[in-house]
Every structure is written in C-alpha cells, then in structure tokens.
Design a protein around this ligand. Sequence first.
Ligand code: CP3
Length: 359
Amino acid sequence: MPTEPAHRFLRACQRLTVDQTPIWLMRQAGRYLPEYLKVRQQAGDFLTLCKTPDLATEVTLQPLRRFDLDAAILFSDILVVPEAMGMHLSFGQGEGPILEPVLRRAADLQRLTPVEPEEQLGYVLQAVSQIRSALNEKTPLIGFSGSPWTLATYMVEGGSSKTFRYIKGMLFDQPQLLQQLLDRISDVVADYLNAQIAHGVQAVQIFDTWGGVLGPREFVEFSLRSMQRVIQKLHRSGKEGQQVPVILFAKGCGSQLEAILESGCEVIGLDWSTDLGMARQRLAGRAALQGNLDPAALYASPERLREQVRRLLHAYGPHPGHIFNLGHGMAPDMDPQQVVTLVESVRTESRLLLQQTHH
Ligand code: CP3
C-alpha cells in the first residue's frame, strides 16, 4: 500500500485534506524574473538553457527562492520532443518557435526518427535528477510534456498558428494520416514521461494548449484519445513507490470535463473561462482541480488581486482537491511582487477557509 504523501501539493492531487490550498504557477520560471534573463543571457539562448542541466536546474529553482510555492516544475519546453523525433527546432527573435521541415504528407512521416529518451532527451533527465537532489524532499517536482495533439499542431504548422490551416486540413482530408502521426507522438510522449518518472518527477502535467481549437467531437477523437493512450502507458508508481498523479491541462476545454475524466487523469487543469465552483460540482469529487485565476489579475492592484484570490478559493469552497494556479502561464511583463501578494493571499485566505470546516 502506498503511504499518504506529506506535501500539500501531492495530497491535494489525491484529494486528501490539506492545511492550506497548495499553489504553483504555470511558467513560474521565465522572462518576468530578472534572474532568469541573466541566466538566459549567460547561456546565449533559450534552447541552450534547456540543454544545459546545471542551468535548467538553476532556473527551475529561481521562483522557489523568491516565492513560497508548493511545487517546482521542470524547466524545459514541450518542443524538445519534436526535436528529438528529428525535426529542427529554433526560436526566432519574437516570432515564437520554428519547427522544420514541416510534416504535411504521408512520406514526411518517414523522416521521423525513433526516440530513446535516455539518448536524445538525456539532458532533460539529467536535469530532473539534479533538480530532485537540489530540492532535497522539500518541494515536489512536476514533470511535463505537450499533448500529442498540441505537439502535432507545431509539427504540421511549422510553429505557432492562428488558423491551424494545415493541421485542420489534415484532420478533415487525411484523418488516418493524422491518427498515425498522433500515435507516433503518443508513444514517444509516454516513453518520455516514464523516463521523467524513473528519474524522480513526482507528478506529471500534460499540456494540451491547443485542445480548445477543436470542435467537441474532434477534441475527443484527435486530442483526448491520444492523451488517454499516453496515460494508459504510464508507470504510475514513482521512484520511491509512491503514486504519480497526472494533471491534464486542456486549454479551452471546460465544456468537456466529464470526457477529460475518462482519460484516467487525477487532476484537471482549468483555464479561467470555466467557473471553478461549477466544475467542482460537475465532477463531484471524481478529480482534483487545478486553477484557474485569470493571469491578467496580476496586472490589477494588490487589493483587487487579493479579492480575486478570495473569490476563487470560496468558489471552490472548503473541499479537498484544489490546487491553486493561474488559468494559463505567467507573462513576461508581469511584476514578481504581485506573485508575492498572490502566494501570500492564497496562504492566508485558504487557511481561514479550511479552518472553518475543521472546527
Ligand atoms: O512552467 C514552467 O516554468 C516550465 C517551463 C515551460 C516552458 N515552456 C518554458 C519556456 C513549460 C512548461 C513550457 C511549455 C510550453 N512550451 C507550452 C505549453 C504551455 C503553454 O504555455 O500553453 C507551449 C505551447 C510551448 C511552446 C513554446 N515555447 C512557445 C510558443 C514559446 C515562445 C513563447 C514566447 O512568448 O516567445 C516557447 C518558449 C519558452 N518556453 C519560454 C520559456 C520560459 C520563453 C523563452 C525565452 O526565454 O525567450
């Protein structure tokens, strides 16, 4: 029998009682932190930063030194997976990521290479090991991957897209080809996450950033099913024999909570367009929920920010299974001081809320 975890983040994933609502933030490491910009400059560019375990470790730890957060997230990027599969990855100045040559026809898929995570993604796994020893059991570490669908959008479009012209063209005109691609990616993602678990991550998050651009049927057929395929393949007990929860964050998919639950995840990440209280009622204790403050609340005054935190905590109520987070990532122009206010108000307000029910 696995023993109950002690960390409040891991406890909340399993819907166990906590003293305070745990909090971590998507993109908690990154360009809004001056110390991150300094290390990135030292590395030369973002990809070198990802590929140098010492630097990736340093940058993972930076937000934990400044803020009282309940989890660390591995510093890397979802697009290292398509790179490991043989595509060329670069980050153009201000243009976002570029993957080339793009995959559009059946013959293009033959260019993809098999992935041995310990080989092509060894630098990530080394970073995981280093981060775990640096954290020294104080804070749990979250590993992650992009969802097969989200990764496929970048691989077929060649980068970010507004219209998703090519991948949706493939979806409607060559659904079998798309399915083949998704299956290929799913197997790599499963192996990659299993390798992260073997190296010590204590939870994994699957980012389905672009699930929400699909219609409801297509979401289930092309995104959810491939995430389910990944989750089914995961070794769900970690290095120390503990359970490794899966967090599934599908942006723009708040209308699909019941379907998402079928994927086998323990935690559903919500963007800010879904009402947290209503989501909790719909799921009726079948999953923990992570989220979902509008990141733009960080642009508001500290008073209004606190008010939004209080509202969100009360919307969920004094029930187990809430992990506080933003509805999407931190932006480069955000003020680190606002994160101090955010974390402190989640602490204070959630303590009050949870105490009321225990007495
Ligand atoms: O959350 C964390 O702190 C962990 C690190 C992390 C990064 N990317 C670092 C990063 C994580 C979890 C990601 C995931 C990721 N990457 C996603 C899914 C999450 C989401 O935001 O929806 C996606 C879609 C990507 C792809 C990606 N990587 C894009 C589109 C960009 C460019 C964005 C931009 O604003 O320029 C990146 C680059 C990237 N990944 C940065 C960071 C800190 C910025 C790189 C820099 O230093 O210039």
